[in-house]
Design a protein around this ligand. Structure first.
Ligand code: AMP
Length: 466
């Protein structure tokens, strides 16, 4: 087996919630997979893995209600690898045997990395295709043939239309993060892709939430599915220590430098609404002696990859990002998420803070709110069904005292501590919150949005501000 050109990140201690009762070998996984899991230092399956793997090994269709961070990638990747390797067939040019659709390039690249890691002792091939990069290497790889194809919908549709890939030999189909797919407007691409799949196949759909639109979509994809569900609250959002700072708009950058300096260890992810702000903040932080990179829709593929790699490796402790650029990023070691601007979509707040506290680790989130953002704050607090505890006494508090609320709430002056909010109502269920032949050179590029070149980075039509 040749190795994938995608570098497989070093294993980190397994901190993901585990079942405690099930083992990977009791799930009847084949020896090459168990060996690969051993190399990743995974000792036990996570709940979604323990629940889903037996159904999937039986060939059942499945609906998985789970968000990123629960171990859902291995939950589908391991059975796919096992089933395909149990029935080896020579690769057919342009005709993959398994298709995984992911909403963003980052997620697609991460899924590919996972297949690379879990399948390293098997003789199967995989590749990843997504937009924003040249299609030529992807076309060449498809021409040679791969067993497993991981794709974003826009690029896959383009390749399929141009007959660089045919989906009539797909035995296993996965639609990952179905709710994100719909949010990003991929419904038409997905519906079209489904029509190209053979009727006899195994289908899996994963989604963090199950609104009606997803249920309807699911009914067109899966047949007699098993349903497995893991509650998101225990896996991410509830672990996050959330705080709010009222601040005048003009003082946000000073407060940002102060907040980062107050947290001298761990990676810090800063969210901004507009991409021009991301650049401005990086410049401002540099003046305060804090080295940071920015990622947003205007950055080139190469610049994004470098920024992500600098961040991942800890060379840059601070990354400033817009929502769309950060979507799907699974970087370990983010201990603090700062919302420099509150997002316009309250759900984005939950996605943003979910970048910390990954795989069972603790994390902290601090949101800045100026006088123009009160409505946004209200929408967020309605969604998460609790007020975010206010940090008072920080050096850049908003001058308008009228802004302050939660007057009775205990806080600590000068530090970043408030009374624990964990006794409050929990985050609601509406929360939503990456021998084996790696032929996909394109798989080595963690990147931005999962759209093809032909589209704006975010939103259909119009120029993106993100
Ligand atoms: P996912 O939800 O698939 O994005 O996985 C979240 C993180 O948990 C990834 O970094 C995985 O590498 C890691 N992970 C997945 N399964 C396990 C496991 N059984 N034990 C420890 N870590 C795991």
């Amino acid at each position: 087996m040749t190795t994938n050109s995608t570098p497989i990140p070093a294993s980190h201690p397994a901190t993901i919630p585990v079942t405690g009762t099930t083992t990977f070998s009791s799930l009847a996984l084949a020896e090459p997979l168990l060996r690969a899991l051993g190399e990743k230092n995974y000792t036990e399956p996570s709940p979604i893995q323990a629940q889903a793997i037996p159904y999937l090994l039986q060939g059942r269709d499945l609906i998985g209600v789970a968000q990123t961070g629960t171990g859902k990638t291995a939950a589908f990747a391991l059975p796919i690898l096992q089933r395909l390797s149990a029935n080896p067939t020579p690769v057919t040019p342009r005709r993959p045997r398994a298709l995984i659709l992911a909403p963003t390039r980052e997620l697609a690249a991460q899924i590919a990395q996972s297949f690379g890691a879990y399948g390293q002792f098997l003789k199967l091939s995989y590749s990843v295709v997504f937009g924003g990069v040249s299609a030529s290497p992807q076309i060449r790889t498809l021409q040679r043939g791969v067993d497993i194809l991981i794709a974003t919908p826009g690029r896959l549709q383009d390749l399929e239309r141009q007959k660089h890939v045919f989906l009539d030999k797909v035995e296993i189909f996965v639609l990952d993060e179905a709710d994100r797919m719909l949010d990003l407007g991929f419904v038409h691409e997905i519906k079209r892709i489904i029509t190209k799949l053979p009727p006899h196949r195994q289908s899996l759909l994963f989604s963090a939430t199950m609104p009606l639109a997803i249920q309807e979509l699911a009914s067109t994809i899966v047949r007699n599915p098993a349903r497995v569900e893991v509650t998101p609250v225990s896996s991410t959002a509830e672990r996050i220590d959330q705080h709010l700072c009222f601040v005048d708009k003009m003082n946000k950058s000073k407060l940002l430098a102060h907040t980062i300096n107050q947290h001298p260890t761990g990676l810090v992810l800063v969210f901004v609404r507009m991409k021009h702000m991301a650049n401005k903040i990086v410049e401002q932080l540099a003046k305060d002696g804090i080295l940071a990179d920015a990622i947003h829709g205007n950055k080139s593929q190469g610049a994004r990859e470098r920024a992500l790699e600098n961040f991942r490796s800890g060379r840059r402790r601070v990354l400033v990002a817009t929502d769309i650029a950060a979507r799907g990023i699974d970087v370990k070691g983010i201990t603090l998420v700062i919302n420099h601007d509150l997002p316009e979509e309250p759900e984005s707040y939950v996605h943003r803070i979910g970048r910390t506290a990954r795989a069972g680790l603790e994390g902290k989130a601090i949101a800045f709110c100026d006088s123009t953002e009160r409505n946004l704050l209200r929408s967020i607090e309605r969604l998460i069904r609790r007020p975010i505890p206010v940090l008072k006494g920080h050096p850049h508090e908003a001058s308008t005292t009228a802004l302050h609320r939660h007057e009775n709430e205990p806080s600590q002056v000068g530090g970043h501590r408030t009374q624990s909010h964990r006794s409050g109502p929990r985050l609601g269920s509406g929360i939503r919150s990456g021998s084996f032949v790696g032929t996909g050179r394109s798989g080595s590029r963690p990147a931005g949005e999962g759209h093809s070149n032909a589209r704006p980075a975010f939103g259909r039509g119009g120029r993106s501000r993100y």
